[in-house]
Design a protein around this ligand. Structure first.
Ligand SMILES: *[C@@H]1O[C@H](CO)[C@@H](O)[C@H](O)[C@H]1NC(C)=O
Ligand SMILES: *[C@@H]1O[C@H](CO)[C@@H](O)[C@H](O)[C@H]1NC(C)=O
Ligand SMILES: *[C@@H]1O[C@H](CO)[C@@H](O)[C@H](O)[C@H]1NC(C)=O
Ligand SMILES: *[C@@H]1O[C@H](CO)[C@@H](O)[C@H](O)[C@H]1NC(C)=O
Ligand SMILES: *[C@@H]1O[C@H](CO)[C@@H](O)[C@H](O)[C@H]1NC(C)=O
Ligand SMILES: *[C@@H]1O[C@H](CO)[C@@H](O)[C@H](O)[C@H]1NC(C)=O
Ligand SMILES: *[C@@H]1O[C@H](CO)[C@@H](O)[C@H](O)[C@H]1NC(C)=O
Length: 341
């Protein structure tokens, strides 16, 4: 029980301790007001935290580092044009991850023949964009890729307002494997799906690599170097050159290619991804359908004007065939000698 101490004037030198009759009610009022103020404060703090949590559940495309929810459906608001009547259509982000001479150019023209797909080529073929991890992160986060995915990047592949899937291609040796931690982080943060495109037969890829790098200097088509052709005549002209394959390093080179692909799949195993094999794209029409389903776009018949350069038996395309045959005979790579596409 509280007591009041009252001090009287100088004519009364004594200290009187008394218990005023009205004080219990007064005290109760104070306690009540205090409790009310405390209650209001606690409520306001709770509400503030609750609203913070619910806003974190809606991932913010600019800063969703702390968010564990990956948004794969995007509604970009380009600065360079208006998405108009397609503004309400969702857009998916993708990247084609591949190796040189694995059919990714052809694959990209197939995808770009779809009304709603825009794949913008090898953005990281430019050395400045992949010099070191900072230039990659710069390209990803602050410059090129944010513009690509915001539909503000213009190439011949741009489709603008009605694009429903937007992407580019990236070769494993263009800083992709070397900086995989930062890139996987970006893919998961921005909801980018990866499409791996590999070749089942790396021996045929080797032929294509050697022939292509020879043509860079020889320029077989009327003095113009071409990596892709649009007519059987051009394809024949290019495939007339038969490269020599180094049989000493052949097994090692094939192993190297396989291990690069395996490494890429391991590094990117936390991203949403699918694996497409070039040989399946050629022989299995449902593969392109699966790719379109993976991208959540309407399934259509896709076409490309590109013509395959090295067709038919591999023995027709390798100068030292006997040598290569002997080297691979009896090894796990023997099957690559026969596969015909
Ligand atoms: C990356 O390259 C740029 C330009 O050459 C340079 O300024 C920067 O210091 C480099 N960063 C790292 C981490 O090496
Ligand atoms: C695809 O593009 C067409 C116009 O070219 C548009 O009418 C349609 O809504 C688009 N589809 C999607 C899923 O965005
Ligand atoms: C290359 O030259 C031949 C004639 O020498 C011509 O028929 C052909 O159209 C030319 N091709 C290109 C791609 O210019
Ligand atoms: C073939 O590969 C071996 C082993 O890597 C190398 O020593 C040799 O120089 C290569 N030969 C040619 C012609 O490049
Ligand atoms: C991804 O690969 C790493 C390294 O091999 C492995 O530890 C991890 O379990 C894999 N994660 C998934 C989801 O497969
Ligand atoms: C291939 O290997 C088998 C044994 O595995 C051998 O009998 C045969 O002569 C070899 N062929 C060539 C072309 O080296
Ligand atoms: C490899 O060489 C052997 C022996 O000369 C031959 O029988 C076989 O047909 C060759 N393989 C291919 C794929 O040409």
């Amino acid at each position: 029980m509280a007591e009041f101490i009252c001090l009287f004037g100088k004519d009364s030198a004594s200290i009187v301790i008394k218990q005023p009759k009205k004080s219990p009610l007064f005290l109760r009022m104070i306690v009540l007001v205090f409790a009310m103020v405390c209650g209001l404060y606690i409520c306001s703090v709770c509400l503030k935290q609750f609203s913070l949590q619910s806003s974190q559940l809606v991932p913010n495309p600019v800063d969703s580092h702390s968010s564990h929810v990956i948004t794969r459906i995007h509604y970009p608001k380009p600065q360079t044009f208006n998405r108009a009547e397609c503004g309400h259509n969702p857009v998916r982000f993708f990247a084609i991850l591949s190796m040189q001479r694995s059919g990714s150019g052809w694959f990209e023209t197939l995808l770009n023949s779809h009304d709603n797909v825009s794949s913008n080529g090898e953005i990281f073929s430019v050395m400045d964009r992949r010099k070191n991890v900072s230039s990659i992160v710069e390209t990803l986060d602050r410059e090129t890729l944010d513009r690509v995915y915001n539909l503000d990047w213009f190439t011949s592949a741009s489709k603008n307002e009605c694009s429903a899937a937007i992407g580019f291609k990236w070769m494993l040796n263009q800083g992709l494997l070397a900086n995989h931690v930062e890139i996987v982080d970006y893919f998961n943060r921005r909801g980018v799906s990866a499409i791996f495109l590999f070749r089942r037969n790396p021996l045929r890829r080797m032929v294509s690599l050697l022939a292509n790098s020879y043509d860079r200097y020889a320029k077989l088509l009327n003095g113009t170097h071409k990596s892709h052709v649009h007519s059987p005549e051009e394809a024949d002209a290019l495939s007339r050159y038969k490269p020599v394959i180094n049989s000493t390093s052949l097994i090692h080179d094939l192993q190297e290619t396989e291990s690069l692909a395996a490494k890429a799949l391991e590094y990117f195993n936390t991203t949403r991804h699918m694996v497409v094999l070039y040989e399946d794209l050629i022989t299995n029409p449902t593969k392109l359908k699966q790719v379109q389903e993976f991208l959540s776009i309407p399934v259509k018949d896709l076409s490309s004007r590109q013509v395959k350069i090295h067709r038919g038996d591999l023995s027709d395309h390798i100068k030292n065939w006997e040598d290569v045959n002997k080297t691979l005979n009896g090894t796990e790579y023997e099957k690559f000698l026969r596969a015909d596409y």
